[in-house]
Design a protein around this ligand. Structure first.
Ligand code: IPM
Ligand code: MG
Length: 366
């Protein structure tokens, strides 16, 4: 059976990095039907909307989505509903992609690329699980109005709503505990229960769900402390589960610990493990079209797709070993380059991974 993949490259470096991931996917012996559509600013320019109906329908009909990145400063002045970011928010919402996996893995070959001391990050392997369809990102009501109370009644004000229902917290807690069962069986739930009602509730519900996972250790941490501990002793964390807003911030922080956001993939899953796979980094319009971007995060996202949605763990392993062998051979895009290694462009990095895949295939077959 062939799997249907919606390929949504998006803006900026999106098209270049996705092209390399597609080459890698095609080099595998997994039957895939790939169909490409516009998304983000590119879709807005062509069709007047960042998430056109046809793109959304393609994404809905597909088994999995390979996504590049969206956004460009030139769209910053558009009304919010038409900005490129709405495409990714819309896909998350319409497809019910509530569980976001953001691994922060420090590759042995890149330990020195971190801004932290090598001994703090060597072997780092954290999994941030961010709730992705609730919280203040989607909570209604939101908007602008004239204040009737507060510090300045009568003045203009803006407001958003932070909210989580019990089932929303329960399902992400289950995802986190189950992910932890496959790792070192430790979960840190990050909240702000000392101040926010929503996050006292979060903490209570996560604690309740934990009762069904006696083999997993759970601790709770306030988000400010978590931000601090992540730079102080990141290796103390294993699985971190948190809400949409805190997860947005902490996952960028965790990614940077590895020194190479260009290396980190992500998965956003629905309740049936259908998923959208994208690099953790953005569209980097400043280096777009220059054959400079690092395609490895997208290539590794394709590996996550094979593992989580397509149930092809061997193919996923092959991609991941190919990436490691390319790093060991010294190939580096500009973002991870250091003295003594070989600087390559986006396409040449793709070539190297495809070549390494062929080698691993030969090895496994002999
Ligand atoms: C992310 C991004 C998005 C978010 C933006 C582009 C809407 O920062 O995926 O982390 O805030 O969720
Ligand atoms: Mg973010």
């Amino acid at each position: 059976m062939s799997h249907k993949i919606a390929v949504l490259p998006g803006d900026g470096i999106g098209t270049e990095i996705v092209a390399q991931a597609v080459r890698v996917l095609r080099a595998l012996d997994v039957p895939l039907e790939l169909e490409t559509a516009l998304v983000g600013g590119a879709a807005y320019e062509a069709h007047g909307h960042p998430l056109p109906e046809a793109t959304l329908n393609l994404a809905k009909a597909a088994d999995a989505i390979l996504f590049g990145a969206v956004g460009d400063w030139k769209f910053d002045k558009l009304e919010r509903a038409l900005r490129p970011e709405q495409a990714i928010l819309g896909l998350r919402k319409h497809l019910g992609l509530f569980a976001n996996f953001r691994p922060a893995l420090c590759y042995e070959q890149l330990t020195h690329a971190s801004s932290l001391k090598p001994e703090l990050v060597a072997g780092l392997d954290i999994l941030i699980i961010r709730e992705l369809t609730g919280d203040i990102y989607f909570g209604q009501p939101r908007g602008r109005r004239t204040a009737v109370d507060g510090h300045f009644p009568g003045s203009e004000e803006a407001f958003d709503t932070m909210r989580y229902s019990k089932p929303e917290i329960e399902r992400i807690a289950h995802v986190a505990f189950q992910a932890a069962q496959k790792r070192s069986k430790r979960v840190t739930s990050v909240d702000k229960a000392n101040v926010l009602e929503t996050f006292q509730f979060w903490k209570d519900v996560v604690t309740e769900v934990h009762a069904s996972y006696p083999d997993v250790e759970l601790d709770h941490m306030y988000v400010d402390n978590a931000a601090m501990q992540l730079v102080k002793a990141p290796k103390k964390f294993d699985v971190v589960v948190t809400g949409n807003m805190f997860g947005d911030i902490l996952s960028d922080e965790a990614a940077m610990l590895t020194g190479s956001i260009g290396m980190l993939p992500s998965a956003s899953l629905d309740k049936n493990n259908k998923g959208l796979y994208e690099p953790s980094h953005g569209s980097a319009p400043d280096i777009a079209g220059k054959d400079m971007a690092n395609p490895l995060a997208t290539i590794l996202s394709a590996a996550m797709m094979l593992r989580f949605t397509l149930q092809q763990p061997e193919a996923a392993d092959r991609i991941e070993s190919a990436v490691k062998s390319v790093l060991s051979a010294g190939f580096r895009t500009a973002d991870i380059w250091s003295e003594g290694t070989t600087k390559v462009g986006t396409r040449a990095m793709g070539d190297a991974v495809v070549a390494a895949l062929t080698t691993t295939k030969t090895i496994t077959k002999s």
